[in-house]
Ligand binder design. Structure first.
Ligand code: ADP
Ligand code: MG
Length: 627
């Protein structure tokens, strides 16, 4: 029996197209062929379970091998095999309609995934790297004859009786010149590791050396010898395929180490397992974040029935959870379609909200179960939670009960707890509750102390996400606004009805203002004389909240370039009620007045970490003179 025929595609040049447009991704040929081999093996297992195949299943290991000399790569399985008719049916008739449309549509396709799966071209991806492909197959069916198929990458094929004696299929790729890089042990190992590491059927590639016990040596200690054993590249039952109840913490940690050998142990994890209305399994880990700037996205791996697809899970995983690590496996994610389609896909949307909900539930559970331990992890968890609250309203609604605010004393409060705590002391005359915060408790210490003296509490909101979180809280919390503790002198941070009056006369105030303006001699500082409590500092330098936020935004690239370009503008609040001011007024001569004013101003700068260089040197000299 020998037959020649033509592969039924409606265009003559499908292979050049596959090759040309998919070149960048051509390593996926191996994923496609190995998963076909695995599929065929699982099918024969199922047939055996159903009693439709009664032969001996035998060793079902799939084998990948290569021959550098002959320039071939072979994928062999002991799956259900194909008869000649089945090869014609399944391989030759690539039945998709309108090849012209296909060519049109995908001439700009960026990745092979888009095209391969959509048109059921898995097998044909072989032609991305091979100039000729042979199939040797023997079907499991009684009395089936072995079949051999050869195709040289044109649309004509040859099919004849083969000589395979074992059930299953062997695909031999005759590697083309441009693809010879694949005829390399490490290259193949790398691709197998990437795509096939968790396939459900053992996959053998080459051999490896192992030390095994071999009797006893002369002293009676165990002796070892090295032997060559099959190198099985995959774990057939990765933990996400198992029931959570069958797993211990060690299993999750070991799996994490396997995925990310360089990472510290994760904080905790979530086992995803749902089969309705979509099918999804997986394990997501909360990593320990060493440094916010080191955060790595794209650490979640997406699988479809244990075949690795991609680590770009954007759209499937909510944006704020992209910082998590782990795996997601779902046959219900349309893997082979373009991004815009993915975003509109109903299943993808459901998966997205399922994951969000699971994460929120887990956090809520941890919070309720052991608040102390939850608080101790807040530095790491907080980042996700805040990021989530800022980016997704749905998550905010859940998280508002387990999100924590930390104050400068290191105490933690939930949002409702905190509102309750500060309401009495920190509500202004317009019924607004003012949350005070510090972005740098070290540097803003003077202000924090002044605030604490007034029984105000100050939050530590000192990570980069916090500037967004602050805006978010203001939008969500009713009658609440946030102010950085150095946005004004403490008496004015939270405006109350009563205000301490200024002991200075209008004339004196004017005089003080002039003395300071002259002494400071800098346009960036606006001097104002105010009646503050006599215990407050004589001079305080502040930057107004709105201006500072705009400048911060400009700095972090959030637009507002206009504010970024403006010079820093500070307010210098002179406490008219402080006795030093009185002293300055009474000082002999303009020069002495100026000297004292400058000293008081520098002192304020010093306490806020703003004094340096020449100014600092002068200040020290002046201080010595004054003593
Ligand atoms: P898909 O896997 O999406 O069906 P492919 O192009 O990868 O598309 O394969 C086409 C068909 O060829 C398969 O559905 C299967 O019937 C058959 N096939 C491919 N490889 C094998 C194999 N190793 N053993 C048995 N059948 C196979
Ligand atoms: Mg396939």
């Amino acid at each position: 029996m020998q037959e020649k025929g033509t592969i039924s595609i409606h265009t003559e040049n499908i292979f050049p197209i596959i090759k040309k447009f998919l070149y960048s991704d051509n390593e996926i040929f191996l994923r496609e062929l190995v998963s076909n081999a695995v599929d065929a093996t699982q099918k024969v297992k199922r047939l055996a379970t159903l009693g439709q195949y009664t032969g001996d299943l035998g060793d079902l290991t799939v084998e990948v091998s290569f021959d550098k000399e002959k320039k071939t790569i072979t994928i062999a399985d002991k799956g259900l095999g194909m008869t000649a008719d089945e090869i014609k049916k399944y391989i030759n008739q690539i039945a998709f309609s309108g090849a012209t449309e296909f060519v049109e549509k995908f001439k700009d396709a960026k990745d092979a995934n888009e095209i391969i799966g959509k048109f059921g071209l898995g097998f044909y991806s072989a032609f991305m790297v091979a100039h000729r492909v042979d199939i040797h197959s023997l079907s499991y069916q009684e009395g089936a004859k072995p079949a051999k198929w050869t195709c040289d990458g044109s649309t004509s094929f040859e099919i004849s009786e083969g000589d395979r004696t074992e059930r299953g299929t062997e695909i031999v790729l005759h590697i083309n010149e441009e693809s010879e890089e694949f005829l390399d042990k490490w290259k193949l190992q790398e691709i197998l590791d990437k795509y096939c590491k968790f396939l459900p059927i053992p996959i053998k590639f080459e051999t490896k050396t192992e030390n095994v016990e071999d009797g006893k040596d002369d002293e009676g200690n165990p002796a070892y010898k090295s032997v060559e054993v099959d190198n099985i590249i995959n774990t057939t039952q990765p933990i996400w395929t198992k029931a959570p109840s069958d797993l211990k913490d060690e299993d999750y940690l070991a799996f994490y180490k396997e995925l990310y050998p360089m990472s510290e142990d994760p904080l905790f994890w979530i086992h995803l397992n749902v089969d309705y209305p979509f099918n999804l399994t997986g394990v997501l880990y909360f990593p320990k974040v060493k440094n916010e700037f080191e955060l790595q996205r794209n650490k979640i791996k997406l699988f479809s029935r244990q075949v690795f697809i991609t680590d770009e899970v954007k759209d499937i995983v909510p944006e704020f959870l992209m910082l998590l690590h782990g795996v997601i496996d779902s046959p219900d994610i349309p893997l082979n379609v373009s991004r815009s389609f993915l975003q509109a896909d109903g299943n993808v949307k459901k998966i997205n909200s399922y994951i969000t909900k699971k994460v929120a539930d887990k956090l809520s559970e941890l919070f309720k179960k052991d608040r102390v331990s939850y608080e101790s992890k807040w530095n790491d968890i907080g980042l996700f939670v805040k990021y989530g609250m800022v980016s997704e309203d749905k998550f905010y609604d859940k998280a508002k009960d387990f999100a924590l605010l930390k104050n400068t004393k290191g105490e933690f409060y939930t949002l409702p707890e905190y509102q309750e705590k500060v309401k009495a002391a920190q509500t202004d005359k317009d019924e607004q509750t003012i949350f005070l915060y510090s972005t740098d408790p070290e540097k803003q210490n003077t202000f924090i102390e002044s605030a604490n003296k007034k029984d105000y509490d100050v939050l530590a909101l000192d990570s980069p996400i916090d500037s967004h979180f602050i805006n978010n809280l203001e939008q969500k919390l009713e009658k609440t606004s946030l102010k950085r503790v150095d946005a004004d002198v403490v008496d004015k941070l939270i405006k109350k009805e009563e205000s301490t009056s200024n002991v200075l006369t209008e004339e004196q105030s004017k005089q003080v203002k002039e003395v300071f303006e002259k002494a400071i001699a800098n346009q960036s500082y606006t001097v104002e004389v105010e009646g503050l409590s006599p215990e407050e500092l004589p001079v305080t330098i502040t930057m107004e909240e709105f201006m500072r936020r705009m400048k911060d935004m400009a700095q972090t690239g959030g637009g507002m370039g206009f504010y970024g370009a403006m010079p820093d503008n500070y307010k210098v609040a002179i406490n008219g009620n402080h006795k030093i001011i009185d002293k300055i007024l009474k000082a002999e001569g303009e020069e002495e007045k100026g000297r004292l004013a400058k000293q008081a101003f520098d002192l304020a700068k010093l306490s806020q970490g703003m004094l340096s260089g020449k100014d600092l040197t002068e200040f020290v000299k002046r201080s010595v003179d004054l003593i």
